[in-house]
Design a protein around this ligand. Structure first.
Ligand SMILES: [Zn+2]
Length: 186
């Protein structure tokens, strides 16, 4: 999220540490790291109840397109991870969106054999499709763009609905569920 303009862009990235701030002991120059783009305060009502995504004072960071970036103290403290050797920078850069997808799928309590409708064929929609497929649920993805729809099938979508081709998206999805009752989870 961007709170004020103008500002630098980019919030999914990884890199190598060139310099440490004062008092940083957990990291060393030369380490390959990936930050999340936010960090919760860990002090407010929601943070104390384990709902950090609802933090009343969530810190946002942009600027991943720059060659160098100073990672804010709070992100270094809570949301900076060392990249293991077997992961490339490109793969590691997807840590935060993948974590969001995993978290969402876990919270939705999808069971084996459920029918799950996924809205959107962007990177998160595709990651969620893969994770839901791995849980043994049947997946119906609503999205657009032929390339994305083909990717979705590769990722495990059982059915894809191109929303640019149907008049009533809800009806189209319902018709693909048992007895037209709709999905167990959307
Ligand atoms: Zn908080």
């Amino acid at each position: 999220m961007i709170k004020k303009f103008p500002c630098t862009f980019g919030h999914e990235f990884s890199g190598t540490i060139v310099e440490l701030g004062k008092g940083v002991t957990r990291f060393q120059p030369g380490m390959r790291v990936v930050p999340a783009n936010t960090a919760p305060c860990q002090m407010c009502f929601y943070c104390k109840n384990g709902r950090q995504s609802l933090c009343e004072d969530l810190l946002y960071m942009n600027g991943g397109y720059a060659e160098y970036i100073a990672i804010p103290e709070r992100i270094v403290r809570y949301n900076l991870l060392e990249i293991p050797d077997h992961l490339s920078f490109q793969e590691a850069a997807l840590t935060e969106p993948l974590a969001c997808a995993i978290h969402g799928v876990e919270r939705s309590e999808i069971k084996l054999g459920d029918t799950v409708v996924i809205l959107g064929s962007g990177p998160l929609g595709l990651m969620i499709t893969r994770l839901v497929h791995l849980r043994g649920a049947r997946t119906i993805l609503l999205g657009k763009g032929q390339e994305r729809m083909e990717k979705a099938k590769k990722f495990g979508a059982d059915e894809v609905i191109d929303i640019s081709q149907v008049e009533d998206k809800v009806k189209a999805a319902r018709e693909m569920t048992e007895g037209g009752r709709g999905a167990d989870v959307v």
